[in-house]
Design a protein around this ligand. Sequence first.
Ligand code: ADP
Ligand code: ZN
Ligand code: ZN
Length: 823
Amino acid sequence: MGGLFGNDPLEALGARNARRGKREPVAAKPTVRAPREPFTQRVLVAVERGVDAYPDGLTYGVPASLAPLRAGQRVIVPLGRGDAATHGWVVRVLETADSAGIPDEKLKPVRSVDPTTALPAQVMELARWMSAYYACPLGVALAGVLPAAVKQGVGRVDRVFVAMSQAGRDVVAALQARAGAKRSRTMKAAEGAGTEPALPKLSAPQKRLLETLTDRADAEIESTDLLAAASVATKQPLKALIALSLVTTTTRTHVEADWLEQAARVGASAATLPTLTPDQTRVVGEIGATLARGFSQHLLFGVTGSGKTEVYLRLMRQCLDAGRTALLLVPEISLTPQTAGRVLDRFPGERVAILHSALTAAQRNQQWTLVAEGHARVVVGARSAVFAPIPDGALGLVLVDEEHDHSYKQDQAPRYHGRDLAIRRAQMTGCPIVLGSATPSLESWFNAVERRTSTLHRLPTRAPGLITPKVEIVDFSQDVRRFRDRRVHLLGERLAESLARVVSEDGQAILLLNRRGYANWISCSARCGWIMRCEHCDAGMVCHEGPRARFVRCHHCLTEQRLPEKCPDCAARVTVFGLGTQKVEEELSRVHPALAVPGAVLRVDGDTMRSSRDLHEALGRFATGEVRVLVGTQMIAKGLDFPNVRLVGVVNADTALNLPDFRASERTFQLVNQVAGRCGRGSSGGRAIVQTFQPDTAAIRMAAAHDFEGFAKQELETRKRFGLPPFKRMARVVVRHESETAARSIAQCIHDSIAALPESAECSVRGPHPCPVTRVSDRFRVQVEVLAPDAAALQRLITAARNAGAFPGGEVAAVDVDPVALL
Ligand code: ADP
Ligand code: ZN
Ligand code: ZN
């Protein structure tokens, strides 16, 4: 298989079990022995209860009447001493060798199979792989795979369809004959009494139901529709007809949900198919040629606005034409407003399933079911859509847009990376995968350029009609020196002037203030030294403007409280220093009168956007032009495509640069480059102004020059020198404990037991060190880092450490394989 991950960690697991002579765990012996059917299969089942107790699943026997079972089916099994009926999933069908030595009598039988919910075997395989690779129990992995809404069957209804039976047809015919006979009797008097068949005595509503059914040419009609059409108010008459076998019924399960397709569309969509540029044609041709050739990996490196999405759409079309299903993963943010709309527009005849976090439970279940039943051949979704239940054998193409985006990494268990799982899924399926970005992650770039495990395709110029934005770097320290008043300033002279011009010319603008840009701090006006810090974390509190009053919040544990009026130490007034997106609104209203109009400036950040639905609406208002300036965090740096945006301002580009994380430069480059790409999408050109206190920083200079390759080359040299990813693979173990000493000693234990393993010989185990943010929610955080030469070596070590019990259970130690953030 090769590719990104090298060896299958599951094989490593199996090998280890065999070596130690360990067996698959077996459910305890049943207490009551009833005569049983012989087992024709043995299966490994992940039970939904007590997942921690049986991290790899339990072995059960399959009676002949239920066989054959396959991986992915949901079953009910007896569990524990009381043999409580428990739901579980068939993880895999065991080879005889797997469970050799366990006699049938020691196994409990699978009781029944749940016909309504099953995972494709391939998705189960992916979950199993995830559990091994990302070091989390299988039950936790499965919980991440299957939305709760699906498990609970939210919105699932059974619809009853009614059709006439042969007996019913006979009765209707007889009734009509009798009515006809009556008529002729009254008209020309009886010529002789005919023998009438014995007809059941039917009430008027029953007759109406039968007549309605007869009038319908199509065979069946849903029961509620039938009752309405026949003006029958209760179900009783229908039930009687069913009892008399005059009608037959079929029950079909159906998931209902209000679905606003509109909700997926924001912004303009091209009605006509654009003519591909020569570059696009080349890329579509090259990747398209691999569609029927099994697994292959591609990196589509195209500058922002180069028409990558257009390439995806063409490839999806080819995939559909070949009779296969296409899966497109996008970061949550760009999915919500735009990409989904473009896909819906492009494939009007197809059912497009959309999976994102703004769905209601019923919608989620509905979309999932649509995919599972094979009705949706186009699937678009955020991170977890990598588990979309596309039937086995149907998937023909996987696309990952903005593959560098950190939102693909889940920050709680299972801590998987959606992009990397997507690669794995494509490998398992045997279909091509395309990763696209203007600023590829150094991991993907390295794979394409150095390891050559993926093929590099370039789109070096913007699509026709799009202008490459001119990026200007402004040394903000110069501006700061010029400010005369004591107010907080976010906009330097050049940014303020350009903004005023764009607004007076009816253009729109985007201002990026990244998260750390909020960093305001609350302190004593008498400067006694008091600064308001979170009681639970090693962090300052940040002031926010609430609907009624100001409040303070900790950005780590999300504790909130009112803004105190007085310094607790000296009772002087409290002041808020620093900045925030809230301040920027005030400042903007002074830049141009049009921006003082309520609604003209819109903030998009964690405070104002509580749900993706809010975000959705917000972007809708920006699309219509009602909102003139969008102000926000990195949320808005991605994927948005609004033609009237003529100016993009990065208020403070340094903030990501100073994070204690080896990816700080990479992030800064991505941020500046991506946000600059948001303008120049219309005919009116675009300008990006980047304010920074460190104008000479390479990441900022090269982002402004649109020089990704230069940046990547330089950054890779640094990574190589320090032995960091992508040259090495990393895992990070974070220990959290109320006591600092305990946290340290637990971390030390973890470090020592990993370092003692023979598998660690080729790796480096570092730590324990305090995490950059040392305390969160009253718990101290200490980390141990493991760096391995490749994925396989890392996997061997982590698996060995898990098996040796190096990681304490529960919440104490979190293992993060391939972490993307190190705070
Ligand atoms: P990217 O995904 O690389 O940022 P998009 O696919 O969003 O780029 O393309 C940017 C804009 O250019 C979109 O509005 C798109 O409709 C348009 N576009 C893409 N390809 C072409 C083309 N060949 N001719 C004309 N317009 C195009
Ligand atoms: Zn806190
Ligand atoms: Zn004070």
